[in-house]
Design a protein. Sequence first.
Length: 131
Amino acid sequence: IYCEKNNFNRNIPITEIIENSSCFFEFKKDNEIKGYTFSILYEKSLVSLEFIQDFSSHNISLGSISQHYECLTAQSLNKQYVYLLGGYETSCIYKCKFHGMEWWTGEEWSDDQNLFVELCQKDDSIRIEGI
């Protein structure tokens, strides 16, 4: 739904993500499924592969809840790192609130949160003609 709502093309089939996941989280409210997270566990890390949310429930911040739960799970499994993936557009700025947050510049890991925020904000102004 999110991809369709924002005109994003999915180039990885959801079945491939499910097949490659080693960790699965299901989120319910009032006994109804509201979201899923698919992750993979490595020796030192937990990597979030996909988050799916029922967007009809706008009154819950399920993405933040999901990432908090992933961090707690990684900690309980003695993982040193949690990769939250993507850092694009202002919708990802909240990731700065995670203690020890670092991001990949394309050349190195950085903890410069001001630069991260600046780049996310610039992403919002990028427009591709024809889309």
